[in-house]
Design a protein around this ligand. Structure first.
Ligand SMILES: Nc1ncnc2c1ncn2[C@@H]1O[C@H](COP(=O)(O)OP(=O)(O)OP(=O)(O)O)[C@@H](O)[C@H]1O
Ligand SMILES: [Mg+2]
Length: 641
């Protein structure tokens, strides 16, 4: 049916336009007369707006506008503008026949006859609802993304342009780096780097790598606005335009200072633990060796003393040899004492001590030990509390530290001994402490030496010069006394040894009571003495020394044997017992005996601070190794007591 009609129409040019317009369904194309009455209608118009041709021709076009637009006079204005300016363009909501709305792009052109008289308007409308929706969705997602990035506070997320100038800034960036957006946008990102990193060209390098490889990750110190530093994990990505040209860089920075610190602390703790375990093992070994060695020395020393006394005639050469040997045993004894001190198995006689007094008494000794090229200074505040320590051990410790200072100053220098009070120190029980500080102006120690200085047998002084037991002795003595030794040193900057010792409880102000002065012994009466020792060598030696002093000796190897003898023999005047023995300790033996024979004098011989606190309390002690004189003194005290 339509064919012939179309054919007819196509014959004229007007007909061809008609056909074209009728074929267009993506645009509403229709005409208005000068008043705005619809005079033609195409299928596109029908599709968008819903009206049939017959329904709409003859109607005013303002019905396509919204209520509001109609009220504001937009339809009339549109025609007026089109007429006046030759074209009207607009985007806005239009209304369909069913009342629903669509977003339309509208062009209105005036149509004039050849004389220029307005004969109507051509109106082209396009439905942009889909595009508008897509754009709105895009805008929304961009906005959401922007809000998301903005809102992140744990990460600094920002953009740099191609030159490295900051072009965006989020809340995290502000929080981590301290700059407000207006302070930083437009500035070069190298201001986040340390001076050294900037000098080394790190910012530029970072950008270059990101450009080349697309992405670059780094960790390092960065600087906040206020100049403080934080440890950062930084990821930088190159961002490209759709055409592949470089747009700039996205940077994500995280503050990982805390994580890094935690990791470092863990590492350090592990290190300290390892060191502590090592020292514990060495301490144990040293203690065991020192103990056995002590017994050997005792036997040698005792035998030598007896030998010298029993020497037929008096050959001075032989006497000299024996004296040399005895000196050797004394040196050995001093060594084992230091080893025992390190192993914290020293017999300590704790008493309140005035450090100032002790140092004053040591002045001559220090002066002669250190030599004329070394000055000694002391710095004590006027009021100094007493420390709870063993007088002999404290003197030895100070001497050891001072001699270390001397050895570090071959060309001379100064040693300062000072004391200050502290309280509640790390690693130590809460309470008051005195810090005795020995400082030298010597060569100092490198890190490795400093770390190993308190290890037993560690020395840098060469074979035969240092034993490497000086600091271990001080360390062990400090720990056994409830304090600690802290060494501070830098190569080339001298050394400070800090010896922390607990302040004596103020109630115990009378220090002299417990002190054991070496008193000369009055001639003794002959006694019957029972000795108990599981080490036959020591037992033999003790018996020999006692017999030479004129006593009668029974010697047994264990506590059980001793109890047996005591039960059978009523004439024992005195018991001398070793502490550490299999089966029954000396202290246990003593308390068993005390239950039946409280009047029997007992001496506990031990080179070993193996006595638990309170154990063997009130029993006179004899430190191993002991000389004949020590033995005689101890017997005199025990019998008199
Ligand atoms: N004041 C100091 N200045 C520099 N280095 C020191 C100082 N004190 C100790 N050291 C270093 O620590 C090491 C161990 O010291 P320590 O006192 O334990 O043993 P030593 O002095 O070598 O031997 P010893 O004390 O038994 O004669 C020394 O060899 C030395 O390297
Ligand atoms: Mg030393």
């Amino acid at each position: 049916m339509e064919h012939p009609e179309r054919f007819e129409a196509s014959k004229s040019s007007e007909g061809r336009y008609r056909m074209l317009i009728d074929a267009v369904t993506d645009y509403a194309i229709y005409m208005l007369d000068p008043e705005g009455i619809v005079v033609s209608w195409n299928p596109g118009a029908k599709r968008f707006k819903g009206y049939d041709k017959s329904e709409i021709i003859g109607q005013h076009f303002s019905r396509f506008y919204t209520e509001d637009d109609r009220k504001s006079g937009l339809p009339g204005r549109a025609l007026e503008i089109a007429n006046r300016e030759g074209k009207f363009e607009n985007e806005g909501w239009h209304v369909r026949k069913d009342g629903s709305k669509f977003w339309a792009f509208v062009i209105i052109d005036p149509i004039r006859d050849s004389a220029g008289k307005l004969i109507g308007f051509a109106k082209i409308t396009r439905d942009l609802t889909e595009r508008q929706k897509a754009e709105a969705a895009l805008r929304e997602s961009q906005e959401q993304f922007r809000l998301l990035v903005q809102g992140v506070t744990d990460y600094a997320i920002y953009m740099l342009n191609r030159e490295g100038l900051v072009s965006s800034w989020n809340a995290g960036a502000q929080r981590i780096k301290g700059y407000a957006p207006e302070e930083i946008i437009g500035r070069h990102f190298s201001c986040f780097y340390t001076e050294e990193d900037r000098q080394a060209g790190l910012p530029q390098q970072t950008i270059e790598i990101a450009k080349r490889e697309g992405r670059h990750e780094r960790e390092g110190w960065r600087v906040r606005k206020d100049g403080t530093k934080f440890f950062a994990n930084v990821v930088i990505d190159a961002i490209h335009n759709p055409d592949g040209s470089l747009l700039g860089f996205a940077k994500i920075t995280r503050d990982i200072t805390e994580r890094r610190n935690a990791a470092r602390e863990l590492e350090e703790t592990r290190e300290v633990l390892l060191q502590a375990q090592k020292m514990e093992a060495i301490g144990h070994l040293t203690g065991v060796i020192a103990h056995d060695f002590n017994n050997l020395l005792m036997a040698i020393q005792g035998s030598l003393e007896l030998l010298r006394r029993r020497l037929p005639g008096s050959d001075p050469k032989i006497a000299q040899l024996i004296d040399n040997a005895l000196q050797g045993t004394q040196r050995g004894t001093a060594l084992t004492q230091r080893m025992l001190a390190f192993a914290r198995r020293q017999e300590l006689t704790l008493a309140p001590l005035d450090v100032r007094d002790i140092v004053r008494r040591m002045t001559n000794l220090l002066q002669s030990s250190l030599g004329p090229s070394i000055g000694i200074e002391t710095e004590f505040p006027p009021k100094l509390p007493k420390v709870n320590a063993d007088a002999n051990q404290l003197e030895l410790a100070i001497l050891n530290l001072a001699i270390n200072g001397r050895d570090a100053m071959p060309k001379g220098g100064k040693i300062t001994i000072a004391a200050t009070e502290h309280s509640d120190l790390p690693e130590l029980r809460p309470g008051r402490y005195l810090c005795i500080r020995v400082t030298d102006t010597g060569i100092g120690m490198d890190e490795d030496t400093l770390n190993r200085a308190t290890e037993p047998f560690f020395t840098t002084k060469g074979v035969g010069k240092g034993t490497g037991l000086g600091l271990p002795m001080v360390h062990g003595m400090a720990e056994q006394s409830g304090g600690k030794l802290v060494l501070k040193s830098r190569l080339g900057y001298g050394t400070t040894a800090e010896l922390f010792l607990p302040v004596a409880p103020s109630a115990a102000e009378s220090p002299d009571e417990d002190k054991t002065f070496g008193m000369r012994t009055a001639p003794q009466k002959r006694l019957t003495i029972l000795t108990v020792d599981d080490d036959p060598l020591v037992a033999l030696n003790t018996s020999a020394l006692l017999e030479e002093l004129g006593h009668t000796v029974y010697s047994v190897p264990s506590g059980m044997h001793a109890l047996d003898i005591l039960r059978r023999k009523g004439d024992i005047d005195l018991l001398i017992t070793d502490q550490l023995m299999p089966g029954m300790t000396g202290a246990e033996l003593a308390s068993t005996i005390r239950a039946n024979r409280p009047e029997l004098p007992i001496i506990l011989a031990t080179g070993y601070a193996e006595l638990a606190p309170g154990e063997g309390k009130g029993i006179p002690r004899l430190s191993k190794p002991f000389s004949q004189q020590d033995l005689a003194d101890a017997i005199a005290r025990a019998v008199r007591a």
